[in-house]
Design a protein around this ligand. Structure first.
Ligand code: RUB
Length: 316
């Protein structure tokens, strides 16, 4: 544990790593908050020491969940906003940048919701996977417009984030049918849209989201059900512009089986990838706060937002 990194930053990093804090938007929000705490609480005496502390805090956060690009994008935004020659100027600009990032996050979700709601008609049924606040923003905007919707929610093993989605949809007054993941194909004929979130979107329009998304999208294509991905632009992965691939997080086997259960089965190898990659040909539209894009054209938006990729700001 780096002694120059504030204990609250370590605490937030631990909560992201253990998924107490989860979902790309919450992760980004918490990462910006953590850097804000580091900036506010720092007792660095020189500008160099302050910058080094901020980079160390960013690295601590960055190393928690490799697939969630919202995390490095939040860190990039705050560190790029850190500006000035005195410690006080650096502190103030970092705090302001973190605040601005979080405000934009809030605003963007509502704007994205309005774009997504335009795709939904009164009486439509959606199928969704995992728990995506972006998908819920689309549903909420449609409900606010007076549209009546129903939903088929996949439970999303091993951590059952579909339960959170079911609860939120219930709060929005949307009737829910909860299904086990393997029942998805059976229900695809009865739904009008598959709507999922994303953890990262690559330059070729591939969508990285909770494991099971790609199989769902392939089945949906086979059934002729459109697949809509709802994701704010901070999910666009700048590294993929320069040929980097997205790491897929492998999580602990204890999420799948307890040690006793595993022993009773003769100790099989247990693999627990958290995410998968849906190729762009299975995605009908990516809905962002900047409008709706076919996946193949998302690269244009990435170039506009990120320009040329430079060294990461947390690298010494
Ligand atoms: C969550 C997940 C969500 C995306 C989008 O995975 O895959 O679909 O994060 O979420 P985990 P949002 O539970 O492993 O974090 O739309 O809220 O950003």
């Amino acid at each position: 544990m780096d002694p120059h990194v504030h204990p609250d930053v370590h605490h937030i990093a631990d909560d992201i790593g253990t998924m107490e804090i989860r979902g790309a938007a919450k992760i980004a929000d918490s990462a910006a908050t953590a850097l804000q705490i580091q900036a506010r609480e720092s007792d660095a005496e020189t500008p160099d020491a302050f910058r080094a502390e901020m980079r160390a805090a960013a690295r601590t956060l960055h190393d928690t969940r490799p697939t969630a690009v919202s995390l490095p994008n939040a860190l990039r935004y705050v560190l790029h906003g850190m500006d000035g020659v005195t410690v006080e100027q650096l502190r103030e600009s970092s705090v302001v940048a973190a605040e601005r990032f979080r405000e934009r996050l809030d605003h963007a979700q509502a704007d994205l919701g309005l774009v997504g709601a335009n795709r939904l008609k009164d009486g439509d049924c959606i199928m969704t996977h995992c728990h995506s606040t972006a998908v819920l923003a689309c549903v909420e905007a449609a409900v606010d417009q007076g549209k009546e919707l129903t939903a088929v929610v996949k439970e999303t093993r091993p951590r059952n984030q579909g339960h959170i989605t079911a609860e939120r949809l219930h709060e929005l007054g949307v009737p829910v049918t909860l299904i086990v993941d393997s029942a998805a194909r059976r229900y695809l004929n009865e739904v009008d849209h598959v709507m999922v979130g994303a953890d990262s979107i690559a330059a070729d329009g591939s969508v990285i989201n909770k494991i099971g998304t790609s199989g769902l999208a392939v089945n949906a294509r086979d059934r002729g059900t459109p697949v809509v991905v709802a994701a704010q632009t901070f999910k666009l992965h700048p590294g993929t512009l320069t040929g980097h691939s997205v790491d897929i997080e492998m999580r602990d086997e204890s999420e799948v089986l307890s040690a006793e259960e595993k022993a009773a089965l003769g100790n099989p190898t247990v693999a627990n990838p958290a995410f998968d990659v849906t190729p762009p040909r299975y995605v009908d539209a990516i809905v962002t706060e900047r409008g709706q894009f076919p996946p193949e054209s998302i690269v244009m938006l990435m170039r506009e937002l990120f320009g040329e990729q430079t060294t990461e700001p947390w690298v010494e």
